[in-house]
Design a protein around this ligand. Structure first.
Ligand SMILES: C[S@@+](CC[C@H](N)C(=O)[O-])C[C@H]1O[C@@H](n2cnc3c(N)ncnc32)[C@H](O)[C@@H]1O
Length: 334
């Protein structure tokens, strides 16, 4: 039975587990937000999947965009891993991942969650990570090799259409991937068919920018000066399942049972507001492009707006801007 949205306690990513250089974690989130990494908003230069109406076309476009983003993901891999670490830990705990389990990680990207799952499944188990993007999978394979994890394999495949090993997986996972499916409910139904009767699924998505400062800050700073993107909330994209009820509703429609949705609070770190700003303007090409299109006076106003907003999340000079993910855990039902 579905349970109401449950907000878990704030999860602090301890400074100890954040890389020595904190700025890249911030960079990555902004790349999410601005579409260098196509997991985020764009302000016009990132082609929205809504332009495609056929599902094959959406997948092809999605695969190309993520292929183009793979270098960025590889570059910032340690930061991403640390930034999203609490989500991975929650997913692994929720499905009670144990030695010997057979795991599918859908939209595995550079394999972060699959690799963490592989440690828990041990060499008695197996993990398969699938993704549309062959370039992302190159990094995933390199990471597995470097770690000597032979129980994890990666394969180029569409998660929403995957049909191998029917009902053979103990666990099916997806960290920030199912919202990119052309048809979320149809894709979830397909994934449900892959899970053993006593198995579990767990999927993470981003919550709405209205309750997600990490998404809201840059959007709000630019909004007075840049024409807002025409974001179709029902089209494949990072915020497609954001907000109360959408993720739950999609899982219910796909006939999962014992659904539980919880919010996970994350933080993006920066050593200073200036570092945060430098990241935003230097590393996110989409943001920089938008900014450079403005007059010097307006650029100063955008900078001021970002500084003011980020100041709210700064203590003793250290920036910790919150981000919020939603994590849903469910059983396949009968
Ligand atoms: C935001 S990234 C997340 C990557 C990884 N799960 C992580 O959390 O680090 C989204 C990933 O989903 C993949 N993706 C999008 N649509 C997909 C689909 N229909 N089937 C498989 N992978 C898909 C993209 O190629 C991309 O690698």
């Amino acid at each position: 039975m579905a349970q109401p949205l449950r907000f878990v306690a704030l999860r602090f990513v301890a400074l100890e587990v954040v890389p020595l250089r904190v700025e890249p974690a911030v960079f990555v989130l902004f790349d999410f937000a601005f579409g260098i990494i196509p997991g985020g908003f764009s302000f016009g230069d990132y082609p929205m999947p809504t332009q495609q109406t056929d599902t094959d076309g959406i997948r092809n476009q999605m695969g190309e965009e993520w292929n183009a983003a793979a270098n960025g993901w590889t570059k910032w891999e340690p930061s991403l891993s640390n930034f999203l670490w609490p989500v991975s830990q929650q997913i692994i705990a929720n499905v009670r991942l144990a030695p010997g389990m057979c795991v599918l990680d859908v939209g595995t990207g550079t394999g972060d969650l699959a690799l963490q799952a592989a440690y828990h499944a041990t060499d008695q188990g197996s993990v398969l990570g699938i993704d549309l993007s062959s370039n992302m999978l190159v990094t995933a394979r390199n990471r597995a090799k470097a770690l000597g994890l032979k129980q994890v394999q990666f394969k180029e495949a569409a998660g929403d259409q995957f049909a191998e090993r029917g009902a053979g997986f103990d666990v099916v996972l997806g960290r920030f991937s199912i919202m990119f499916f052309p048809d979320v409910v149809a894709g979830l139904r397909q994934l449900r068919s892959l899970v053993k009767a006593d198995g579990r699924v767990c999927f993470a998505v981003w919550d709405s920018h209205t309750v997600n400062p990490a998404f809201a800050i840059p959007l709000a700073a630019l909004r007075p000066f840049v024409e807002a993107p025409n974001v179709d909330e029902n089209a494949p994209g990072p915020l497609r399942l954001a907000g109360e009820g959408k993720l739950l509703g999609a899982l219910e429609q796909a006939e999962f049972t014992d659904i539980r949705v919880e919010a996970i609070e994350l933080y993006q770190f920066a050593a200073s507001i200036e570092a945060y700003w430098v990241m935003l303007s230097d590393v996110s090409s989409s943001f920089r492009k938008q900014l450079q299109g403005l007059s010097e006076a307006d650029q100063d106003k955008v900078k001021g707006a970002v500084f003011d907003a980020v100041a709210e999340w700064t203590v003793d000079g250290v920036v910790r801007v919150p981000a919020r993910a939603l994590v849903a855990t469910a059983a396949p039902g009968s």
